[in-house]
Write a protein that binds this ligand. Structure first.
Ligand SMILES: [Zn+2]
Ligand SMILES: [Zn+2]
Length: 77
């Protein structure tokens, strides 16, 4: 099984509960959509398409992260 580390807290995504995933993703969206906050953190790569989060508009961020959430929460499929 491929290990996916959380773009927010850096821990293995498989060690997150569904609730934690949503919290971390929410934080990531907040940072990535706020230029001031984003400037104060290390560059973050989109966990879905691997591009710089800052190259995304808000819509793309939400779309990418929704795909990412699906990917990390649908392992039992
Ligand atoms: Zn996390
Ligand atoms: Zn993306």
């Amino acid at each position: 099984m491929e290990e996916i580390s959380c773009p927010t807290c850096g821990k293995d995504m498989s060690q997150h509960t569904g609730y934690q995933i949503h919290l971390c993703i929410k934080k990531l969206i907040k940072v990535a959509t706020n230029p001031v906050a984003y400037a104060s953190v290390k560059k973050k790569l989109c966990p879905n398409c691997k591009k710089d989060m800052y190259d995304h508009n808000e819509e793309q961020i939400v779309e990418c992260l929704n795909k990412f959430i699906k990917q990390v929460t649908s392992k039992s499929d």
